[in-house]
Ligand binder design. Structure first.
Ligand SMILES: C[S@@+](CC[C@H](N)C(=O)[O-])C[C@H]1O[C@@H](n2cnc3c(N)ncnc32)[C@H](O)[C@@H]1O
Length: 197
């Protein structure tokens, strides 16, 4: 991400600690509940949630994961998520600009990776790298979640349908769930049997 891109998110977080109203809006609350209900397993061992924003989904994921690593490009978002996750538990938050700062292989493999309202900010090269990083760190039978708003907006560099279709086309992933609404897509894949990292 360019510094200009990073500044954009910093400005949003300096104006509000909840720029997308993820805490208050029923739309966001319901979408979060759908994501959590759609996860095939009750508990995960080692999860990664890049682009965690202010940590609202992270807080719920932390209840289901023995270990959760959340990250965001924005230092302000990292601070908000740290505050949100301040209870006991194995959750940590780091500043990662994706795809560059994807966690090193020894931090994985991850049996859960959640990409929510993030991938459309990446250009094609960035998204291609993100795909490779995901495939390199998703555990055997691991769960991958993508959830993205479907409508046009200024910062969008990729269409939601194209992003989700690109993941579905990967032979290493088996499609486990497709949920399509007027406003968003929610897809879940698992690492296909025999398709090692
Ligand atoms: C719309 S918010 C989504 C937050 C949360 N995942 C959710 O679904 O509510 C997008 C977040 O992605 C972060 N972000 C955007 N581009 C990023 C990148 N290249 N690397 C890491 N984080 C990024 C922004 O700072 C912002 O916090």
């Amino acid at each position: 991400m360019t510094q200009a891109g990073l500044d954009h998110f910093e400005r949003l977080y300096s104006a509000s600690d909840d720029p997308w109203r993820v805490r208050e809006s029923w739309y966001e609350q319901r979408k979060r509940a759908l994501i959590l209900a759609a996860l095939p397993l009750k508990h995960y061992r080692n999860a990664y949630e890049p682009g965690c924003g202010n940590g609202e989904l992270s807080a719920a994921l932390a209840q289901r994961c023995a270990r959760l690593l959340a990250s965001d490009a924005s230092p302000a978002a990292v601070a908000l998520t740290e505050k949100r996750l301040s209870g006991p538990g194995e959750a940590s938050v780091e500043q990662h600009v994706l795809p560059r700062d994807w966690p090193a292989p020894e931090r994985g493999p991850f049996d859960l990776i959640v990409v929510s309202e993030l991938a459309y900010y990446l250009g094609q090269d960035g998204f291609d790298q993100l795909q490779s990083r995901i495939l390199a760190s998703l555990a055997p039978e691991g769960t991958l979640v993508f959830c993205h708003w479907r409508h046009p907006f200024d910062d969008r560099l990729q269409g939601t349908e194209a992003l989700h279709d690109a993941m579905t086309a990967l032979p290493a992933l088996a499609h486990a769930l497709h949920h399509r609404e007027t406003d968003f897509l929610l897809d879940i894949w698992t690492r296909a049997p025999g398709e090692a990292a």
